[in-house]
Design a protein around this ligand. Structure first.
Ligand code: ARG
Length: 489
């Protein structure tokens, strides 16, 4: 294959990615009156997914509030323990996620009037000997991280095992890895209905009230929401929405099927990918993963080149002292901190109150991170070129930059190609933490499926195979490029 063709394709991909991204930003800017809601959507009947859409009591209630006040609603799915922070930082206008009013949370956000009375319940396996809360001492208890269940268990029973969502807690109970789980009562009922291996204790542990969380500065929204909530309660609409969703989740009862390895596999395949079009989570996630990786590679190369050239020039000519210092600082900070932390800082702190597309944020975070490694790789390439070459170039009358561009960099690039290739492979896999900022990348797509089907093996395998395929393809492409460059020598 022609090397120009490869590079050309790469450029076009990058341009399309950036093109799409900027389009997405514009669309977001164009809608002036939108209400941005955050939730954690593995919490039926309050919020869950059906055919890829987030539905449930909370989305329905908030959509109605939005509609009556002339807002369009945008819903975002994120880990429960980031939800309050998202409202506080202004990333979202309202959190609607079966959130219990607590004194601690009241210090950070405002709560609307309560719209539901709820509580925590204990889930155990069908053949468990646990009879009441008193039997829980010393047992392995699972909770969803950051929930009132988590707080209750930690304060009254002992350290719980913390999971990302309640569905995973139930899966761990049915597979025998936990003795019990503490989950909000209504979702607990739904999970028990869907699984043959678990049951609930009839006595709830706590009594709580759900409300919507709103940013402290948005008293206008608070008032609007409370007024509309009163209207909706008076009309009996809240009750109606609750009843609708409690019925909705009950409907899927399991029919008896044939068993055996092959039949089981076919069955699992069907539930995890075909039912409800779940494969779309993987497909859309894959596209996001590629967008983020391609964008970050381009940004990383640009930053890396710049930093490497500044550092080498400073070394070789003794100029650019300040620029060199800045580059060194950048390298130290980026290489000295975990990429997840960088991603979270960029999302929640740096772009905390700016509304830009999350793919762009991820590209910036991963590009900045990768740039540091690319810089050092390219610098090592520059150093590997014999000093005589620089001198030869200069004595031919070429300026320092010209010698760099015409003589040193092309050779350096060839020498470091394998190391660069490796960096891009690492980068691709690193984007799998995008789920931390509620980006639905490939890994997160697998997580969403896992949360719905309680099957860990099939979705995780599928995700692994997809990454592996891309990496193999990338490696092939790189080998080709290397061969091509050798032949050009
Ligand atoms: N009511 C509990 C709390 O406020 C749990 C809510 C969990 N919600 C969710 N969508 N996962 O802490």
């Amino acid at each position: 294959m022609n090397i120009k063709l490869i590079l050309g394709t790469l450029c076009i991909t990058a341009l399309t990615v950036f093109g799409n991204v900027s389009k997405a930003v514009n669309v977001e800017e164009a809608q002036t009156k939108t209400l941005r809601m955050v939730t954690e959507a593995t919490f039926p009947p309050y919020e869950y997914r059906e055919n890829g859409r987030i539905i449930g009591i909370d989305p329905d209630v908030v959509r109605e509030i939005a509609r009556r006040n002339g807002y369009a609603l945008v819903i975002e799915d994120m880990p429960f323990n980031s939800i309050i922070a998202a409202v506080q930082s202004g990333k979202a206008d309202i959190a609607a996620s079966g959130i219990t009013i607590t004194e601690d949370r009241k210090k950070i956000v405002n709560f609307s009037d309560p719209y539901i009375t709820a509580g925590q319940s204990i889930i155990i396996s069908k053949n468990s000997t646990i009879k009441s809360a008193a039997d829980l001492k010393g047992k392995r208890i699972g909770v969803q991280s950051g929930t009132t269940g988590d707080i209750y268990v930690a304060e009254n029973i002992g350290e719980p095992e913390r999971f990302d969502n309640a569905a995973l807690v139930c899966a761990a109970i049915s597979s025998g890895r936990l003795d019990a789980g503490v989950v909000d009562t209504a979702p607990a009922k739904e999970f028990v209905k869907r699984s043959e291996d678990i049951k609930m204790l009839p006595e709830p542990l706590t009594s709580e009230e759900y409300a919507f969380a709103i940013n402290k500065n948005r008293t206008d929204l608070l008032e609007m929401i409370n007024t509309t909530l009163v209207e909706m309660k008076d009309e009996g609409l809240i009750k109606h929405i609750v009843a609708k969703h409690e019925k909705n989740v009950t409907k899927d009862t399991e029919e008896i099927k044939e068993t055996g390895f092959w039949a089981d596999f076919k069955d699992d395949f069907h539930t995890n990918f075909v039912d409800d079009d779940r494969y779309l989570y993987l497909l859309n996630g894959f596209v996001k993963t590629i967008e983020i990786s391609a964008g970050a590679v381009v940004l990383g190369i640009m930053i890396g080149f710049l930093v490497a050239v500044i550092r080498s020039a400073a070394d070789q000519t003794g100029k650019l002292k300040i620029a060199n210092l800045i580059c060194k600082f950048y390298l130290t900070v980026i290489r000295g901190t975990p990429v997840v932390v960088q991603l979270l800082i960029i999302y929640f702190v740096i772009f905390g109150s700016v509304d830009i597309n999350k793919v762009v944020i991820a590209i910036i975070a991963f590009g900045l991170n990768s740039g540091a490694y690319v810089a050092e790789i390219i610098r090592s390439g520059i150093m590997s070129i014999d000093k005589g070459q620089l001198e030869a170039g200069r004595s031919l009358g070429l300026s320092y930059p010209k010698t760099m561009i015409l003589i040193i960099l092309p050779q350096a690039f060839k020498n470091v190609l394998p190391a660069l290739g490796n960096e891009f492979i690492v980068l691709l896999k690193e984007t799998s933490i995008s789920g931390y900022i509620a980006l639905e990348d490939l890994t997160k797509g697998g997580d969403i499926i896992r949360g719905q089907t309680y099957n860990a093996f099939v979705p995780l395998m599928a995700v692994a195979i997809i990454y592996l395929t891309v990496v193999i393809f990338l490696s092939k492409l790189l080998t080709l490029l290397e061969k091509r460059l050798k032949r050009n020598e």
